[in-house]
Design a protein around this ligand. Structure first.
Ligand code: C6P
Length: 414
């Protein structure tokens, strides 16, 4: 992810906010303060328009028809793929597979790579701060293949212990799968360094980029990632579509994930041969409108620029951290040196759910609970946290509302 340079002005932020129609809504009679972009970000009008225009003017099934409409739909779908390629700086659009989202991308690798390369006694390495989507698929395949899941510990700031990581790798390790940015803590992991370390042992690495693409530039070639997964809905795109980037050499070596139309070359009852990548992994009619919307979302985010986005979000993060820390009894979980704009916290003696409920009454949307990272919660022996996450459309007023809201909740609940 890139470091901050360019700044967004107040005018820029006002303009950006006006691109997102949903932010003009009221909730419970109050102006909406949306601080749950880590769960799913809101959509700019250009994305909404691109999807409805696709259905109004271009829709037909893709890769199947000789008629013009089907060719137009195929072009629109493949333009989406090319935009993803450019966004990730992949060397070829063959390396971009459309999935339903990060969860499906990880399941695809766990299942296909696992069936081909995992054997009894082999090991898969993940970290303590993984989302359930980067734990459970590995547990399932490890159980099937009699392999072992190994977990890298973290420190109390929520940072991966690199020495422990190094020590975990051995000739038994067949794959490492690590989150780029923690959804619960905001920690930005040193994934480039971690990939280098794994590659020194010839171990491939999957990066769960679900939270990373919202906040910073990702360059899969610079990272040298073997697999990189993300969801469109977290980066201003539609739900129901995501991406798995895979290096050609791996995608060609691993078997298909699902069978069906489009993923085959020839089908006979005695033998089926498979299509070339990426189609080998895209069984059935894909989410065409989703690919169109995702492509436009990525163009949108690049038109603002990640330097400006990160800089703005970092200011909000600092401002919110300072403000929240003034509240007596409030503890922030995740204080890594490198953090994205996610703040998880609890207040002494108060259940996170109660704070979330009062904030909701004030029109402030935050997430409460374990954030699909139950093993991570055990690090601090807590059931969950209140989590506020900021995107490019948030402003200082949103943070002020959050701080006032939490103060009010604490007064009411103490
Ligand atoms: N985290 C959150 O509120 P899907 O649901 O497939 O688009 O993404 C799954 C996923 C995988 N990895 C990480 C790091 C994630 O944050 C998520 C989704 C949301 O934190 C919903 S649980």
């Amino acid at each position: 992810m890139q470091v901050l340079e360019k700044e967004l002005t107040q005018v820029d932020i006002k303009k950006i906010r006006s691109d997102f129609p949903l932010l003009e809504n009221t909730m419970r009679g109050k102006p909406l303060v949306f601080l749950d972009s880590a769960a799913s970000s809101q959509k700019p009008q250009v994305v909404i328009d691109a999807i409805s225009e696709y259905y109004e003017k271009q829709h037909a099934n893709v890769h199947r028809g000789v008629y013009e409409l089907s060719q137009n739909a195929t072009d629109a779908f493949e333009l989406g793929r090319e935009r993803v390629r450019k966004f990730l700086n992949a060397s070829s659009s063959d390396e971009i597979i459309f999935t339903r989202g990060t969860s499906e991308s990880i399941n695809l690798v766990a299942s296909s790579y696992g069936r081909k390369f995992l054997n009894e006694g082999d090991e898969v390495v993940i970290s303590t701060m993984e989302h359930h989507s980067n734990i459970v698929p590995w547990q399932m395949i490890c159980e099937e293949r009699k392999a072992v899941l190994r977990v890298i510990p973290i420190n109390d700031k929520g940072e991966i212990l690199l020495e422990k990581y190094r020590a975990l790798l051995s000739e038994k390790t067949k794959i490492v799968s690590i989150v780029h940015v923690s959804n619960s803590l905001g920690t930005i992991n040193p994934v480039k360094q971690m990939i280098d370390i794994a590659h020194d042992h010839n171990i491939p690495v999957l990066i769960d980029g679900a939270q990373a693409t919202l906040h910073g530039k990702v360059d899969v070639q610079d990272l040298d990632a073997d697999f990189y997964a993300f969801s469109a809905h977290k980066v201003y795109g539609p739900t129901g579509i995501g991406v798995l980037y895979g290096k050609r050499e791996w995608l060609e070596r691993i078997p298909p994930y699902q069978g069906g139309g489009e993923m085959i070359e020839t089908v006979r009852f005695d033998k089926t041969t498979y299509n070339k990548i990426p189609f080998k992994f895209e069984a059935g009619t894909p989410n065409i409108a989703g690919a169109v919307g995702l492509g436009v979302a990525l163009e949108y985010v690049q038109s603002i620029g990640y330097d400006a986005i990160s800089s703005h979000e970092q200011h909000l993060l600092e401002y919110a951290t300072e403000g929240l820390m003034q509240i007596e009894g409030l503890k922030i979980y995740g204080t890594a040196d490198k953090k994205a704009s996610v703040i998880s916290f609890n207040v002494d003696g108060i259940h996170p759910y109660d704070i979330g409920t009062i904030l909701d009454k004030l029109g402030i949307a935050v997430r409460t609970g374990h954030h699909c990272t139950q093993p991570l919660m055990e690090q601090w022996n807590i059931p969950g946290t209140v989590r506020a996450s900021f995107a490019v459309y948030n402003n200082k007023e949103d943070v002020d509302q959050l701080i006032q809201g939490v103060k009010r909740a604490v007064l009411m609940l103490s």
